[in-house]
Design a protein around this ligand. Structure first.
Ligand code: B12
Length: 115
């Protein structure tokens, strides 16, 4: 089913997920991945999450061009890249800080709304 970009933005604000992943199976729907990047920036939450893109016509070059964090051509590679990306981020954190996941629990998913 085609999901409107705004639905991704609303859910991202609501849930503040670690990653927003989108699949585009057609060249004409790829542009929505670019719009999503822009809308997440406009909502002020782009730096709070990773974006990951994939789908038949999608390429690494497209990911670079639109500013998506992670591209993958298949599910296995996607999981590996995401795990690597998230664990690097966690390793970078202050060990005394519980990280965004705890923030989400404390704020019941409202962490993105507070900015
Ligand atoms: C099944 C299918 C349909 C089904 C979809 C059923 C459904 N509910 O999902 C139906 C019949 C509805 C359909 C309709 C249409 N389709 Co169609 N469809 C396909 C088909 C045969 C398979 C797609 C699929 O599901 N593959 C299985 C998945 C698992 O594989 P995958 O997409 O390659 O995904 C892998 C990777 O890309 C990656 N990946 C995918 N997504 C993501 C996301 C992330 C975040 C990551 C990291 C990785 C990742 O991981 C997956 C596993 O390795 C493709 C042809 C093809 N070979 O891709 C055409 C295809 C996508 N369809 C096409 C077209 C044109 C259409 C229609 C416009 C036809 C029409 N005129 O109505 C409509 C559009 C409907 C719409 N609004 O989207 C074209 C698109 C051409 C283009 N370049 O834009 C294709 C490529 C066929 C072709 N060669 O012409 N389609």
């Amino acid at each position: 089913m085609d999901v409107p970009v705004e639905a991704f933005v609303i859910m991202a604000i609501e849930l503040c997920p670690d990653v927003v992943a989108t699949s585009a199976l057609m060249t004409i729907t790829m542009t929505n991945q670019m719009v999503l990047e822009k809308r997440l920036h406009e909502a002020g939450i782009r730096n709070k999450m990773k974006t990951m893109i994939g789908g038949r016509p999608v390429t690494e070059a497209w990911a670079k061009r639109i500013g998506a964090d992670i591209y993958s051509a298949n599910a296995k590679d996607a999981v590996e890249k995401l795990n690597a990306s998230l664990s690097i981020e966690k390793d970078d954190k202050d060990p005394n800080e519980n990280g965004r996941q705890s923030e989400i629990n404390v704020n019941e998913g409202l962490c993105c709304k507070s900015t």
